[in-house]
Design a protein around this ligand. Structure first.
Ligand SMILES: C[S@@+](CC[C@H](N)C(=O)[O-])C[C@H]1O[C@@H](n2cnc3c(N)ncnc32)[C@H](O)[C@@H]1O
Length: 289
């Protein structure tokens, strides 16, 4: 099934953006020099209703989705090699890391997303006989509500370190909802926990090159609602010691062209933040005032 950009598919609003990302992962998986292999991305996009008519800006965003996928693959590998055996993907979307990455023995992975997306995803995975490479649990929940009670009920142990991934969702939440999510993540995370996350700054959301994409997202009830200007300071406020990777450096490191949207000559101070953070336990959790 295919749907032109702008028409609501079986997934509505922000959930539909997960389909665009799955399509980018599928395309990357077909490259001989692929940065990862995601054989389930195509079937998941098919079942969700493919997005067609992707604009030039959308194609450029695809380059970013690929780089960030590999970036977070590597962060989760490092995190679980360093200790945590619990992994939580907040707003997992059509992420298939539970199936395609190698996990240390005993890894338990939780995927949190909206109920409709997860029930459709589970059907596709079951139809394809997909077998996770870890102990995988899906947790249908809304990040704007109480998502941690169902996560704890599903077996997350806040007494043990956790590796969190918050990829491709914070910009869709209001600052207040994002702060509540970070606050709860931090409360649940003992020292030794890791947090990998993506956010953007306001200049990025306001780039003239982003205007068509922003209008399309707004028209599909997926407007960006928040931004962060200093990700280190932002996460330090919740008790995390963060390092930030520049997309352009990441592209060079991975042997790919620097995406136009990451070239400082083209975008000035606009940034997508790729963040990796360690919970050092030195500060009490809590949202900054
Ligand atoms: C851009 S996709 C990113 C998916 C995935 N993290 C990835 O990078 O492939 C955004 C995801 O956020 C989920 N999402 C949006 N709002 C949410 C909310 N309030 N609660 C839970 N999930 C939400 C959507 O369903 C969608 O899967």
């Amino acid at each position: 099934m295919t749907r032109p950009t702008g028409e609501p598919g079986p997934y509505a609003g922000v959930s539909r953006t997960a389909v665009v990302i799955a399509q980018a992962r599928e395309a990357e998986s077909a490259r001989p020099d692929r940065l990862f292999d995601d054989p389930l991305a195509g079937p998941l996009a098919d079942a969700a209703g493919r997005v067609t008519g992707i604009s030039e800006a959308g194609r450029r965003a695809g380059e970013h989705f690929v780089l960030r996928t590999r970036f977070f693959d590597d962060r989760l590998r490092e995190a679980t090699a360093a200790g945590p055996r619990q992994v939580v993907l907040l707003a997992a979307g059509l992420d298939t890391r539970a199936f395609r990455l190698r996990w240390p023995r005993g890894t338990r992975l939780f995927e949190v997303d909206l109920p409709d997306l997860l029930s459709r995803k589970e059907k596709v995975l079951a139809d394809h006989g997909a077998r996770p490479a870890c102990d995988r649990t899906v947790v249908p929940a809304d990040l704007r509500e109480d998502w941690s009670s169902p996560l704890l009920a599903a077996g997350l142990d806040p007494g043990e370190p956790i590796a969190w991934l918050i990829e491709g969702v914070l910009m869709y939440l209001t600052p207040e909802d994002g702060a509540r999510v970070l606050c709860r993540v931090s409360e649940l995370s003992p020292p030794g926990s890791r947090l990998a996350a993506e956010h953007v700054n306001r200049a990025y959301a306001e780039l003239p090159q982003m205007r068509p994409a922003m209008s399309r997202l707004a028209a599909t009830q997926a407007a960006w609602r928040s931004a962060v200007e200093d990700p280190r300071e932002w996460l330090a406020g919740y008790g995390w010691r963060a390092t930030v990777t520049h997309q352009a450096d990441l592209a060079r490191e991975l042997g790919r062209p620097v995406p136009a949207m990451a070239d400082p000559r083209a975008v000035g101070a606009a940034r997508i933040w790729l963040v990796d953070a360690l919970r050092d336990g030195g500060r009490p959790p809590g949202a900054p005032a």
